[in-house]
Each structure stands twice: as structure tokens, then as C-alpha cells.
Design a protein around this ligand. Structure first.
Ligand code: NAI
Length: 375
């Protein structure tokens, strides 16, 4: 089996999740290729050395440019704050490396299109970290929708709400900065919701949003009070190209929601409900059931769901968040080895950025925005 040398940039929250996934991948899936934690880069040599030792990477770089230039690296994985994605991705693509980029792809659609343009005409694999699409039960849900089991999709009501910034005492961080993050909760979590809605219902045709910054200032790690420059909460009315209606909601100050990516899809013959906090189950309502027997039933993940059996032969023995990354890494390995499609590539991610930009623009202009054809 071929080894694939991974160079990871960034060793924070999601950098660790990446590492867990690279290390677990081959024992879970047995192939088709073996990701090897070859090099890690972080901001400065000391931080990189510490992280490479702790996480188990072969060598460390204090400057990410050196990692990108290293001839033995096959894939550059970008797990840094959003503002760095573009330059890192462009450098990696120019160096002929496959790229695995955390979401959101960039600060905005203009930057995202620059990355996409650099990929035109290359044979490089490119994948985004929209890991929630890799949930085996979401695979079953997608198949069920495509087979028409709930009929025509009429409505999608989704939210990705968490409470990691609900406490005003939570320090100012890069996610509060326009320059480092771009948007706030929309890019951070709304992007996951948009990717899910597009995966299940199809492209968004138009959006009318509203946004709000509730906690206007926070104190940073040095004790300095700083402005929060992007939105804490947001919602939007949506029209999909299929004609279906939708409602999106995203908040980083939603008390009590921990991993609150959840949605309901209403069809002409039934409905489905999903909540990432109960990520191993799906709730399905069949309007064709006999009177007196109609109601939502709960379906637990089992080996009929894509990829679940690679982890465990036993139905209902659930997976966790980190396992979604293992599945995502397997998609990357399959794409590199066999040319298999990935869940979200850079071109798909450009469209997600266009929806984010339109959501923000519609909020600023207090009006509906039509997405460009093809978006
Ligand atoms: P974090 O703040 O925990 O980690 C960022 C890492 O980047 C740190 O190790 C930091 O030292 C490093 N870094 C900063 N500047 C650097 C530079 N110039 N060169 C090299 N390394 C540098 O951030 P977190 O939460 O891991 O987010 C990183 C990215 O991952 C973001 O784009 C975020 O949206 C995405 N993310 C995705 C998640 C998912 O479920 N797919 C979950 C969490 C984050």
C-alpha cells in the first residue's frame, strides 16, 4: 500500500482532529493508501517542535513555506485561521501538492475564486473539511432523499448553533476579527449548514438574511478590550433552485447548544429530522403509514450506512465527531489513489462562499439577493 506524506499546517483544535484521523485511518479502512504524519508547521519553531513531538509528526517547521516547499510532501493540510488559507493553498498548489483545506475555504468568495483559478488545468486533488457530510447516517439520508422516499422536498429548516462564545467573559480570539476570520458565526458554523443544505437539497437560488453582534467587545489574552467585528448570530430565508423554501440559522451564543447542527426536511410524502448532538440517529416520518401508526421513527446507524462497517460490525454502536474526520481522510486517500470524488472540493466551496457573501450582503442591504446562475 502506498504511503501518502501529509504536511499539516496548524496544530490547534482541528489540527489535532486531523492528526487523530491520519493515525486512525489505515487501521479503520485498511487502505487504499496510508496517510503518514510526515511534517507539521506552526507559528514559530518552538510551537512547531512542541506540537510535532506531542502529536507524533516526523519533523517540524517554524515557517509553513518550508513545509510547502519540501519535496517529499504529497498533501498539504491547512488547519490555520481562515485568513491564512488562501496564501497557503496557493503556495501548495503552485508547488504541485494536493490540498486539504479546512472550512471556510477563505475570507470571501473573491479569495475562494483565486484558489479555484490556481487549480484549473491541474490534476491535483483538493478537498475541504466539511466533515459533517461524512456521517454514515447522512449517507443513508441522502440515499433516502434521492430515492424519493419522502417525495418532493418542500422545505429545509436548519441551524448550526453553539454556545462557545455565549459567555461575555470568553476572550476575544481570531474568530472575532474580520481580518483573520472574515465573517463570524456564518463562516464558522453557517458554512457547515450551507454545505449540508446544498448536499441534501441542492443549490441555493436566493437568500434574505439578518445578522447581529450581541457582545460588542471582549477582552483579549493580554487584557486589552477589543471590538468584536463580526456577527454572533444570524438567520436567513432561503429559496433553493429546486423551488424548495428554507430557513437557515447560525449562532455562536446559543446557550445550551454544544454541537447544534440540526435540521428538518419536509417532503410531500414524509419528513426527516437530524441533530448532530445525536449524530448516530435519524428520525423519519412516513405519511404513507396506516392511520393510527403515523409518527416519527428513530433509525440508528448500522452497517447499511456508508463507511460505518469499517469501524464496527454492531448496529447502533455509534461513532463520534473525530470519526467523521477519519472518513473524510479516507475520501482524500481514495481521491488521490483512484480519482474518486470528494464530498466538497474547492469549486464546490467557492459556491458556499458565494452563499455566505450573499447572506451578509442581504443583511447589510436588508433585501433578497439572487445567487449567480451555477452557484
Ligand atoms: P486554532 O486557533 O485552535 O488553531 C490554529 C492553529 O494555527 C494554531 O496551532 C496556530 O498556532 C496555527 N497558526 C496560526 N498562525 C500560523 C502561521 N502563520 N503559520 C502556521 N500556523 C499558524 O483554530 P482552529 O479552531 O483549529 O481553526 C482552524 C481552522 O479550522 C479554521 O479555518 C476553522 O474554521 C477550521 N475548523 C474546522 C472545524 C471542522 O469541524 N471542520 C472545527 C474547528 C475549526
Amino acid at each position: 500500500m502506498r504511503d501518502i506524506a501529509v504536511g499539516l499546517i496548524g496544530s490547534g483544535y482541528i489540527g489535532k482532529t486531523h492528526t487523530i484521523a491520519y493515525k486512525a485511518h489505515t487501521s479503520v479502512f485498511g487502505g487504499p493508501a496510508n496517510p503518514v504524519c510526515t511534517a507539521l508547521a506552526d507559528a514559530g519553531q518552538a510551537r512547531a517542535d512542541e506540537a510535532a513531538t506531542r502529536l507524533g509528526f516526523g519533523r517540524a517547521y517554524g515557517d509553513w513555506r518550508d513545509l510547502v516547499a519540501a519535496p517529499d510532501i504529497d498533501v498539504v493540510a491547512i488547519a490555520t485561521p481562515n485568513a491564512m488559507h488562501k496564501d497557503m493553498a496557493l503556495a501548495a498548489i503552485r508547488a504541485g501538492k494536493h490540498v486539504y483545506i479546512e472550512k471556510p475555504l477563505a475570507l470571501d468568495a473573491r479569495e475562494a475564486r483565486e484558489i479555484a483559478a490556481a487549480l484549473e488545468g491541474t490534476a491535483l486533488v483538493h478537498m475541504l473539511g466539511y466533515n459533517y457530510l461524512c456521517n454514515p447516517i447522512i449517507g443513508t439520508l441522502k440515499a433516502l432523499l434521492d430515492a424519493g422516499e419522502i417525495g418532493e422536498i418542500l422545505h429545509f429548516r436548519g441551524r448550526h448553533n453553539e454556545d462557545y462564545m455565549a459567555d461575555p467573559a470568553t476572550p476575544w480570539g481570531w474568530r472575532c476579527s474580520r481580518a483573520l476570520s472574515g465573517s463570524g458565526t456564518i463562516g464558522d458554523m453557517g458554512s457547515h449548514l450551507i454545505s449540508m443544505a446544498m448536499h441534501l437539497v441542492g443549490p441555493v437560488a436566493a437568500i434574505c438574511g439578518d445578522i447581529q453582534t450581541v457582545i460588542a467587545e471582549r477582552t483579549d489574552g493580554t487584557g486589552k478590550v477589543r471590538a468584536v467585528e463580526n456577527e454572533d448570530q444570524a438567520h436567513a430565508l432561503v429559496r433553493f433552485r429546486s423551488g424548495a423554501m428554507g430557513v437557515f440559522e447560525s449562532s455562536r451564543i446559543a446557550q445550551g447548544k454544544k454541537q447544534g447542527l440540526a435540521f428538518e426536511i419536509v417532503g410531500s410524502k414524509g419528513s426527516v429530522e437530524f441533530d448532530q448532538e445525536r449524530m448516530n440517529e435519524l428520525r423519519l416520518y412516513d405519511a404513507g403509514a396506516p392511520a393510527g401508526r403515523r409518527g416519527f421513527k428513530t433509525i440508528l446507524v448500522d452497517t447499511s450506512c456508508p463507511d460505518f462497517g469499517a469501524f464496527c460490525p454492531a448496529p447502533g454502536h455509534g461513532l463520534g465527531y473525530n470519526d467523521l474526520k477519519v472518513i473524510e481522510v479516507n475520501r482524500l486517500m481514495r481521491a488521490i489513489t483512484d480519482g474518486a470524488p470528494v464530498p466538497v472540493n474547492v469549486f464546490d466551496a467557492v459556491v458556499i462562499e458565494e452563499v455566505i457573501d450573499a447572506w451578509l450582503a442581504s443583511a447589510a442591504g436588508r433585501s433578497w439577493i439572487d445567487l449567480p446562475p451555477g452557484a
